[in-house]
Design a protein around this ligand. Structure first.
Ligand code: UDP
Length: 317
């Protein structure tokens, strides 16, 4: 296959690029590098089946030659980023999705949308299955991301129903691993670097809010399987192991041997979901997929990467 991955220089896009290359496909990674980084794909530049295009997907896209699949992963994805880039976030989810769907239609390519558990908002149903319509505040600070992704899902289904484009929608739950940006503000990068510096971990609010964290390799496997399936409705991909943020902080302190404990900060964003856990019945049934990597294993693969990043910056001995 010849595959276009938007957001190809981002955390998930770079792991997906690697996977598609390893499976023998040709990859065009597109990114405007506002939150992605060429460092994430530097090691792929010499690869004969890899090409990078610095381009903003909200502008007209021209790709020479055939395409078999388009994976739309471009978007700021950390709350800190999309609060700083609200209009770009709305544009990439709305205008960018429209552009890449048009491209997929033109090339008769399969289209896969990276959607999010944020479409469920601050959920009133727990755990969240794909049939739940969500509880999103459209005008709150998170609305720029949540509504852009909800619009993107609606757009994908419209192209599917109206133009017969083969579309797939993955609803991604909290994912972590190497190549998350050090300063992207999400809980995993924050906690790991605080722990490595021997500082207390900043738990926002009372720490009773929950998240369910999946390791990036599990997500990549789920996306790969979903693309090959013939299922157009959304599929949750996440690890159902749910923990409070305070429990998660304790695990990271244990794994890093950090004795500085935690510090509570009154920094939860408005509409920060109180709970989040995927119901993965659909992924199990349709894709035969379930997560393989425990949080301890995943963190043990992620912590050394953050350590080396901090060492390269001279911030850690
Ligand atoms: N959080 C925290 N300390 C941090 C960063 C985040 O306690 O240093 C909390 C945040 O309030 C939220 C959860 O961790 O409840 C997950 O936040 P993140 O930004 O990683 O992503 P979200 O799941 O909210 O999109």
């Amino acid at each position: 296959m010849r595959v276009l991955i938007t957001g190809g220089a981002g955390f998930l896009g770079s792991h997906l690029s690697e996977r598609f290359l390893a499976e023998g496909h040709t990859v065009i990674a597109m990114d405007n590098l506002i939150t992605g980084s060429a460092d994430n794909i530097g090691h792929l530049f010499g690869h004969e089946r890899f090409r990078f295009m610095k381009h903003d997907v909200t502008d007209y896209i021209y790709i020479d030659g055939p395409l078999d699949a388009v994976l739309h992963f471009a978007s700021p994805a950390s709350p800190v980023d999309y609060l700083e880039l609200p209009i770009q976030t709305l544009k990439v989810g709305a205008l960018g999705t429209h552009k890449v769907l048009g491209l997929a239609k033109e090339k008769k390519a399969r289209f896969l949308l990276a959607s999010t558990s944020e479409v469920y908002g601050d959920p009133q149903i727990h755990p969240q299955s794909e049939g739940y319509y969500g509880h999103v505040n459209p005008i709150g600070p998170r609305g720029v991301y949540d509504e852009a992704k909800r619009f993107a899902e609606a757009m994908a289904m419209a192209y599917h129903r109206t133009h017969g484009v083969e579309t797939r929608i993955v609803r991604i739950f909290n994912t972590y691993g190497p190549r998350m940006r050090l300063r992207d503000g999400r809980v995993v990068p924050n906690f790991i670097q605080q722990a490595l510096r021997g500082e207390p971990l900043t738990v926002y609010g009372d720490g009773s809010q929950t998240r369910s964290f999946q390791y990036v390799d599990d997500l990549v496997e789920g996306v790969y399987r979903l693309l090959q399936s013939d299922f157009a409705e959304p599929v949750n991909i996440g690890n159902p192991q749910e923990r409070t943020i305070e429990e998660f902080a304790q695990i990271i302190n244990e794994l890093t041997g950090n004795a500085a404990g935690i510090i509570r900060k009154d920094m939860r964003t408005q509409d920060d979901p109180q709970v989040r856990q995927p119901d993965i019945t659909r992924a199990r049934t349709i894709l035969g997929w379930e997560p393989q990597v425990s949080v301890q294993e995943g963190l043990q693969r992620t912590i050394p990467w953050f350590r080396s990043q901090l060492q390269q910056l001279g911030e850690l001995a």
